[in-house]
Ligand binder design. Sequence first.
Ligand SMILES: NC(=O)c1ccc[n+]([C@@H]2O[C@H](COP(=O)([O-])OP(=O)(O)OC[C@H]3O[C@@H](n4cnc5c(N)ncnc54)[C@H](O)[C@@H]3O)[C@@H](O)[C@H]2O)c1
Length: 255
Amino acid sequence: MNIHANLNGKCALVTGGASGIGLATVEALAQCGATVAVNDLPGSAALAREEKRLQEAGFNVFAVGADMGNSDDIATMVDTVVARTGKLDYLINNAATPGTRTAIPASDLESQTDAFWYKLLSVNLLGPFNCIKSALPHLKASKGAVVNVASTAAFGGGGSSTAYAAGKSALVLMTRELAKGLGPDVRVNGVAPGWVGQSGWDCAWEAEEANAAAIALPLQRIGLPVDYAQVIFFLCAGADYMTGQTLVVDGGLLA
Ligand SMILES: NC(=O)c1ccc[n+]([C@@H]2O[C@H](COP(=O)([O-])OP(=O)(O)OC[C@H]3O[C@@H](n4cnc5c(N)ncnc54)[C@H](O)[C@@H]3O)[C@@H](O)[C@H]2O)c1
């Protein structure tokens, strides 16, 4: 990514950072000199692989496995990161799960069990809340910033299930609420991606279906992780007078 900024001395934590949008964000921040803690699921092979690759490329990154659906894991993760870096400037709540490999139509209520709802809400909504809660003293101390990764599904733009869309919609509202609660010390913003190509998302579109949909977009292509990482980067390292906003980044899907 062609971004020039000096983030020497800044520290970031990116959840779900071993793949897709999270990984592109890790790379963008690290390329500009930030120290980046990269979270993904404990035991993730991708996490170990990307940590090694990025360290060998000379970036100041380190892996911290933790399940974003587990509040104890989250508290331990934040402690581990700050014990190592001494501070935290940017928290990027990117980890999420669709909980299904094929999209569940809104008409299909039977497939969306209590367990399915709990899983999605605990990872996709409570996870970001608990990350912010655990990181808050450190973010306040550094006058830092949070970026929550939502989805166009939050605005009625489809998505893999009602539970997923509802969780992302709540994340957008939480972004507004916490912006009010945590200012003036901490800014809280979000990004709402449309279709994402070249990510590891479990509920991806078939290539043919995605290509057909992409051609109908004003920008006539599927977004790549780097397209979203650019905006996350801006909301962290720039955008000093923005808080409470979720920027839709979708190639014009909702336009
Ligand atoms: N892919 C899409 O079509 C799409 C569209 C809109 C929004 N989004 C959002 O973008 C974000 C990133 O998705 P992506 O497309 O880069 O997908 P991805 O699958 O490449 O990345 C998500 C990462 O999160 C990790 N993760 C999942 N559950 C976790 C947990 N409980 N704890 C820690 N890590 C966990 C995964 O292992 C994976 O590495 C998500 O918040 C997703 O909801 C994706």
